[in-house]
Each structure stands twice: as C-alpha cells, then as structure tokens.
Design a protein around this ligand. Structure first.
Ligand code: ATP
Ligand code: MG
Length: 439
C-alpha cells in the first residue's frame, strides 16, 4: 500500500460540519455588514512582502516571524497574514478612499507561521471591515455596534458570553512620548523582565504591556499608563466614544494594557474576548488607523476597522451549543430496475427544474432495500420510490422516513405540479394523502 499524504501542520481541513458552521458565521456577518452599508471587496491572497513590512511594522510578531514569504523571480512575496494591508493597498490603488467615505468588507483565508494549537492555526479565516474617510468616534462606535449586532444575530450574548475591551493609543506623537517614559520605567526594573520582554524593550516596548508571562504581571501593573499621558483632545475623544457606547447600552471595560500587536493603530483599539475558549479567547479585534493610508502612499485619510477570527467564533458557538441545524434533503429518489432508472432520472430533473428550492438526493445504485437504507442515512424526510410498477404506470410512491405513515402512490406529474405550486408544504399534504386544492 502506498503511504498517504497528510495536510500540512496547522493547515486544517474544514469538514462539512465545520464548513457549515463557518459559513453560518460568515453569512451572518455579511448580512449585518451589508445592513450598515459595507460593500464586499475580494482581495488577492498574495501581496508584496514590502506591503506588510510597511503596514504592520518591522518589530511586530507577524513580520518578525509569522509570515510565509517566498521569492518570485527576484521579488519577495508573502501570503497575507491579515486583511487590512491589502484592503488599504487596493483602496489607494483604485481611488476608493480618495475624498470620500467608503465602507468595505472582505473575507478569506489568512496565513501565519505560528505554533498551532486549539484556536490558533497557520491557515485561518477572517471577516474584516474597513471604513475610510470618517475621523470621529461615531465611526468607532458604529464598528463596535455592528459587532454587537453580529453577536446577537448569532445567538451570543455580548455581555455574558463576551467582553468588550477598549483602550486608546492616542496620536503617534503622544504614543512616542509615552514610549520613552515606559522604556525609562522598564529600564529601572530591567532585572525582572523575561527574555522576550528584554528583546521587546528595544524593538517594541508597548508590546511588553501585552505580555502573558506571569512574572511580568507586577511590572506591568505598576507601569505608567498610556491613558494618563495623552493630551486633552485624545482623552476627550475617548470619553466621547465611551459615552456613545453607554448611550447604546454596550458594556465595555477600559483595558489600559490593550495595545494590539500592530504599529498602525491610533486612538481607539478594541477586542472582543471570551473566557470560554481558554488562551485563544480573542474572537474579534480592531481599531483606528488614521496614519496608514498616508503611510502607504495615499492621501491622508482617517480610517478604522476590525477583523473577526471565524474559527474562534465558530468554536464559541459550538461551545455554547448555538449551532444551526444542517439542511437535510427533502427527499431521496429510489430507482430500482432499468425502466425505473430511465424514467426516474428524467423526472428528477424536471422536479428540480420546477422547484429550485428542492433538495433531492439521487439513488439508483443497488437493490431497493439498499437504496432505502441509504435514503434513511441521508437524513431525508421522504423516499420517492420508482420500481418497475411505478415506472410503467407513470406513478411514484412516497414513503415518509421520519413518521409512522403508510406509503402512498401518486401520479408523477401530479406530485411535480403540487410541489411546484404549493412549495415545501406539499410534502406533508402528499404524505397524508390529502388532495390538492385544484383536485
Ligand atoms: P492573538 O493575540 O490571538 O495572536 P492577533 O492579535 O495576532 O491575535 P489579529 O491580527 O488581531 O490577531 O487578528 C484578528 C483575529 O483573527 C483575532 O482576534 C483572532 O480571532 C483571529 N486570529 C488571529 N490569528 C489567528 C490564528 N493563528 N488562528 C486562528 N485565528 C486567528
Ligand atoms: Mg497573533
């Protein structure tokens, strides 16, 4: 026997049940986003490495160690680790954010070379939203309210199942000044820093606030707070956002150590975190990035956005049992014998033509008994049976598979007509032997 080939580590297959759940999250997000005027944009999976370097920052986890980068005839390309960079690139390239308000959303796989574990994969999926051209905290509030609506539509309680963590990073100048104070403080407590934090002290000191290392906790707790070092305008802006959220009844917790991993954020940053998924508890993250469009060569344009990790939202729904039911087939077409097969295949196609909503699974192979067993396993509610007799007479037998009801024989044309006219409700009427309205 030949050795079988397995999937690459961290790149998992989404089996039908998981695919269904992910699609449910994605489709619900699409509905909510479209309801707020966001338009879908489809972006390439591969971009120039330079784009991510310039956008995310050299000293970020993603650019330092998580990118799938390869050489393409002398040009360095990367699989996208996130969607904002490509979305902003496309918006600038096609003039989508030039002197106008534009709301966009995207979906698709992202790639990061990190250590795979529950809720952390090397290929995962996001739905993201980006809005351009609005500078006020009203937009930040809109993005958050939109996510609240998404949680509700998915059957999640934004208060009990999740927590909204909120912080502000102020302007780049304020952040730079704070950075110096923070470094000075951390230098004084240098002996207490773990190796990772020591490294970040030079490259990306704000990220130290985000450290999960238990030994770092007292150091972080006593650190100067960014919020206390912002100018009045930035503080007022943040108060206004909090007030808007209060008005809308959205509970939130100000998290002074929430800095997010990426360099491009300004002012608002937020994360939706659940305690039900262990360490990988952040299901959605976002914030404002007013400098990014300019940094990538576009006209200075205020912007904000967020991204959801679909696998994590799906895992949360699974954990809470909020999983939508699978769409079972309406019927399974059993065909035994050559004549039945010929008549049945043609009739099945006419049925599908007349009823676009129909979910009809084709049988035809094996004995009548074997096909009925398969019909049962398919989850279908009814078997439509064509044997020799039905084939010759122009009839079909309807056998309810989930109820104790007798099998009934109907004219095939009549069944087609009633399903086409009465829709899904015709099944029960036919199974009960009820004559149609026109009969
Ligand atoms: P984390 O702190 O968990 O590494 P992050 O800050 O790197 O997350 P973002 O870049 O903000 O993540 O991505 C947005 C969302 O995408 C995250 O909140 C998470 O839900 C999801 N996500 C990020 N990385 C992964 C991954 N490797 N596998 C699955 N989902 C992920
Ligand atoms: Mg990460």
């Amino acid at each position: 026997m030949r050795k079988s080939i397995q999937a690459v580590r961290g790149m998992h297959d989404l089996l039908p049940e998981e695919a269904r759940l992910l699609r449910h999250v994605e489709e619900t997000a699409r509905e909510v986003l479209e309801g707020y005027g966001y338009e879908e944009i489809r972006l390439p999976v591969v971009e120039r490495t330079e784009l991510f370097r310039r956008t995310l920052g050299e000293a970020t986890d993603i650019v330092e160690k998580e990118m799938y980068t390869f050489d393409d005839h002398g040009e360095s390309l990367s699989l996208r680790p996130e969607g904002t960079a490509g979305c902003v690139r496309a918006a600038i390239e096609h003039g989508l954010c030039f002197r106008q308000v534009r709301r966009l959303w995207y979906r698709g796989p992202m790639f990061r070379h990190e250590r795979p574990q529950k809720g952390r994969y090397r290929q995962f999926h996001q739905v993201g939203a980006e809005a351009f051209g609005l500078a006020g905290p009203e937009l930040d509030a809109e993005l958050i309210l939109l996510t609240v609506r998404l949680w509700r539509r998915l059957g999640l309680d934004p208060e009990r199942d999740l927590e909204l963590q909120l912080n502000t990073l102020g302007t780049p100048e304020e952040r730079a000044a704070y950075r110096e104070r923070l470094v000075a403080y951390l230098e004084r407590r240098r002996e207490e820093l773990d190796p990772d934090s020591l490294r970040r002290l030079r490259t990306n000191p704000l990220r130290i606030l985000d450290s999960k290392h238990p030994a770092m906790r007292p150091v972080i707790e006593a650190a100067p707070r960014l919020l206390d070092h912002l100018g009045e305008a930035s503080r007022e802006r943040f108060r206004r956002l909090c007030a808007l959220l209060d008005l809308a009844g959205v509970p939130h917790r100000v998290a002074p150590c929430l800095v997010r991993g990426l360099d491009y954020y300004t002012h608002t940053v937020f994360e939706w975190v659940t305690h039900r998924l262990g360490a990988q508890g952040t299901v959605c993250a976002g914030g404002r990035y007013d400098g990014l469009v300019g940094q990538l060569g576009g006209h200075e344009t205020p912007a904000a956005g967020f991204a959801l990790g679909l696998e994590r939202v799906a895992a949360l729904l699974q954990e809470l049992g909020r999983v939508p039911e699978a769409a079972v087939p309406h019927a399974f077409l059993v065909m035994a014998g050559e004549a039945a097969l010929e008549a049945g295949l043609a009739w099945g196609e006419r049925l599908r033509e007349a009823c676009p909503w129909l979910r009809l699974v084709q049988g035809g192979e094996g004995s009548l008994r074997a096909q009925l067993r398969r019909a049962d396993r398919s989850g279908a509610r009814y078997a439509l049976i064509l044997g020799e007799e039905e084939a010759a007479r122009g009839t079909v037998s309807l056998k309810p598979l989930r109820e104790e009801l007798p099998q009934r024989s109907w004219e095939r044309d009549l069944v087609l007509e009633r399903l086409a006219r009465e829709g899904e409700g015709a099944w029960e009427a036919l199974a009960a032997g009820a004559p149609g309205a026109g009969a």
